[in-house]
Design a protein around this ligand. Structure first.
Ligand code: NAD
Length: 390
């Protein structure tokens, strides 16, 4: 079973010839990995980043398998990537890249086979191009082939901030089990993008004091709490959290991770809490908004220090839960209200939190081991019950 689950079921690598706006042609590399097909179609984001590699896509695809299993979403995991820095390409070039990538992979995509979603460097416009390309080639509009679409094209209300909402649902539960009241709690959030920004907003709406945030340009600190709506307006105006009135800069932005706060939410990139800095992390609770922000060595150090780490496959699963809701709505052409989406998301996140927390308590495991073992068990059971063909 270990060997079966350790290997992705399918890996596709494609080359993407791109005509640049100046007439030159360059060839990009793209990947799609489908890690597990035992519980339903595969699901996972598409990433545009200069660092994309087959190994990274493989790891992210496997994470998606566990995330879906843990949240009781009937999918296996997948992930896609194109090795490209989207900031260096025009909108028209990004559209051509997306459409060619989709065409090259059309034979493995589909609402019943593999359903992409946005990830780092892609957004709802990317998903609209993918849906259109797939649909035109099939001769019929197929809304369920991607999630994270614009609302006008069958996107779900509540998808855009679903990951952040989920992060905050479990963060508030973690505060409860550690006996910290929300009114006294302080938080630091690394990353102010799709996940971090919403997490900061929902935390402050829940009366948690967000004392520090960062982005790729720098970090800011306000000991008595940042005015998050004001900060969002500042970011919309200037493109960064840096220079927000009423805050002081943190000289090295990574030092945000070491602040004396109750809650630390890494919501930027992977591998930021490492063996080198984990010993200096003072936060009582870490809720992993990003995928893989804590290295394996750092995880051991944090646990030895008594820090409660809520693992990524639980903490940031709100996005895939509402992606699932979007797919269900698209397949039925029946759209839910914002309240329906929010309530069903909350109930799934809290149910998963309770399953993981109870399993960890009863077996004396970390939340990461508990979450992973529960998820692996679900997938292993599906394999056993289906049997081995032929
Ligand atoms: P994003 O591109 O919208 O935002 C990333 C943010 O991190 C930006 O504010 C960027 O400036 C900042 N950043 C980058 N490098 C940084 C650094 N060194 N220090 C501080 N800030 C830095 O991406 P996102 O969608 O918010 O994704 C963030 C993480 O969450 C990724 O690991 C992603 O895989 C994961 N995730 C996202 C979703 C989702 O629904 N978007 C769901 C699950 C997991």
């Amino acid at each position: 079973m270990y060997e079966l689950l350790a290997e992705p079921r399918r890996e596709v690598a494609v080359s993407i010839p791109l005509r640049r706006d100046n007439g030159e042609v360059e060839v990009l590399r793209g990947f799609r990995v489908q890690h597990n097909l035992s519980r339903g179609p595969t699901k996972g984001g598409l990433r545009f980043s200069p660092d994309v590699s087959i190994d990274e896509v493989r790891a992210l695809a496997m994470w998606m398998t566990w995330k879906c299993a843990l949240l009781d979403v009937p999918y296996g995991g997948a992930k896609g990537g194109v090795r490209v820095d989207p900031r260096k390409y025009s909108t028209a070039e990004l559209e051509r890249i997306t459409r060619r990538y989709t065409s090259e992979l059309a034979h493995v995509l589909g609402p019943e086979s593999d359903i992409p979603a946005p990830d780092v460097g892609t957004d709802q416009q990317t998903m609209a191009w993918m849906m259109d390309t797939y649909s035109v080639n099939r001769g019929r509009t197929t809304l369920g082939v991607v999630t994270g679409k614009p609302i006008a094209l069958g996107g779900s209300v509540g998808r855009a901030d679903a990951t952040s909402r989920g992060v905050v649902h479990v963060a508030l539960e973690a505060l409860k089990v550690r006996g910290i009241s929300t009114h006294q709690a302080t938080a630091a959030v690394q990353g102010f993008g799709k996940v971090g920004r919403g997490a900061a907003r929902f935390l402050s709406e829940a009366s948690v004091q967000v004392v520090a945030v960062s982005d790729q340009y720098g970090a800011i600190y306000a000991p008595h709490g940042l005015d998050v709506p004001g900060l969002e307006a500042h970011v919309d105006r200037t493109g960064s959290v840096v220079g927000f009135a009423g805050s002081e800069p943190i000289a090295a932005k990574e030092d945000l991770l070491l602040l004396d706060v109750d809650l630390l939410i890494p919501a930027a990139v992977e591998g930021v809490i490492t063996a080198a800095n984990a010993g200096d992390v003072q936060a009582r609770i870490i809720v992993e908004g990003a995928n893989g922000p804590t290295t394996t060595e750092a995880d051991v150090i944090l646990n030895n220090r008594g820090c409660l780490v809520v693992p990524d496959i639980l903490a940031n699963a709100g996005g895939v839960v509402v992606s699932y809701f979007e797919w269900v709505q698209a397949n039925q052409s029946y759209w839910w209200s914002a309240r329906d989406v929010a309530e069903r998301l909350e109930s799934r996140m809290l149910a998963a939190w309770t399953r993981v927390y109870d399993h960890a308590e009863s077996r004396n495991l970390t939340l990461r081991s508990a979450a992973t073992s529960l998820a692996v068990q679900v997938v292993a059971d599906a394999h056993r019950q289906r049997g081995l063909y032929p």
